[in-house]
Write a protein that binds this ligand. Structure first.
Ligand code: UFG
Length: 327
């Protein structure tokens, strides 16, 4: 069985990628420092604990598992925190990625799938966000991811490192079997916070800003189901194995929903009221992020089947009620 090194495999998206990789016939080797990931989420292959900035540890893991490719999910990813503590983001995300890219090249592991973000585009009113859109990130998180994209370009030119870059829109939902799901501590994302408010684990959801220039005043995002998202990664890996070259793909559905619309849909799916209060804007938030590209469908053959808002909320709700991690 071919091994794939999955950095951040103990995290939300990385753990779902491990499940999809195993189902597709690859052995996912999780590399994670467990600062935001969970040992309990590593269920589909070996676990190697380590920090990406520890080159010696990375060299050991490449030597032990001889992966054919890297899927690089490990990163700090909270927009708000990246604004209050930018150095933490540049250090963890960018320094860790430099070390990883150098270790991959040294090990001769030349296929690389990278988890980037629509936050690299920034706030661009009335612009269709496709892969050729300019990138003007307005938060340190997005800036750190854009820097890694640039690095991949340079490593491709210098060493022939082949890469697929996925720019995610807002990832939501959970595994169909609720074996794994979204679990952050502290939680900062809209849907899990809303589910907490619905079942009384927190008093109320705060809507961050009601004065945005959108129809109902709240931010608009393009939500994509985590299982659809990781399916694209397996297709991206195959794309690289077929020698199809370096490529960037947006992963979103092209449909945007406001915070108020997500609240309303959650009420409908759970059949419970959503306690919420209106608060000020959160630093670093873009008004609207919606993908305007069908490149992943057309070129990769990606066919998202679960990314309707009700399905994503229903799957997140099932996980919320049954699953959690403890170590
Ligand atoms: N929101 C609230 N209240 C909350 C939490 C979120 O109103 O308590 C709002 C935010 O202001 C935003 C929307 O809900 O408008 C979604 O917020 P999330 O924190 O769930 O997601 P973000 O859009 O901030 O960030 C996520 C990922 C990033 C990714 C980004 C792209 O965390 O990695 O999507 O939009 F880059």
């Amino acid at each position: 069985m071919k091994s794939v090194l999955v950095t951040g495999g103990a995290g939300y998206i990385g753990s779902h990628a491990c499940k999809a990789l195993l189902a597709a016939g690859y052995l996912p080797v999780t590399f994670d420092n467990l600062t935001t990931g969970w040992r309990d989420a590593v269920k589909f292959g070996p676990f190697e604990q380590g920090d990406l900035r520890d080159r010696g540890r990375l060299d050991q893991v490449f030597a032990a598992h001889q992966p054919v490719a890297v899927m690089h999910f490990a990163a700090l990813s909270q927009v708000g925190e990246s604004m209050s503590d930018p150095g933490k983001y540049w250090n963890n995300n960018v320094s860790g990625s430099i070390c990883l890219l150098e270790a991959a090249v040294a090990a001769g592991c030349m296929e690389f799938v990278f988890s980037s973000t629509c936050a690299t585009y920034g706030d661009q009113d009335n612009v269709v966000l496709d892969e050729n859109s300019a990138q003007y990130p307005i938060n340190a998180y997005g800036a750190s991811k854009r820097a890694i994209e640039d690095m991949l370009h340079d490593f491709g030119a210098a060493f022939g490192l082949n890469h697929v870059i996925f720019r995610y829109f807002n990832v939501a939902g959970a595994d169909q079997d609720a074996e794994i799901g979204e679990f952050h501590q502290p939680e900062t994302h809209l849907i899990p916070l809303m589910l907490d408010a619905i079942d009384g684990k927190r008093a109320a959801l705060t809507i961050f800003g009601t004065d945005y220039p959108t129809p109902d005043g709240t931010c608009i995002r393009d939500y994509v189901h985590v299982c659809d998202l990781v399916d694209a990664h397996v297709l991206g890996l195959k794309w690289l194995e077929q020698g199809r070259g370096n490529r960037i793909f947006n992963l979103g559905t092209g449909s945007g929903f406001s915070v108020r619309e997500v609240i309303e849909q959650s009420r409908a799916v759970t059949n419970r009221e959503v306690p919420f209060v209106e608060g000020p804007r959160r630093a670093g938030d873009c008004t609207k992020l919606v993908s305007g590209s069908t490149r992943a469908e057309q070129e990769l053959g990606w066919a998202p089947t679960r990314s309707t808002l009700d399905k994503m909320i229903a799957d997140a709700w099932r996980w919320h009620q049954t699953g959690h991690y403890s170590d």
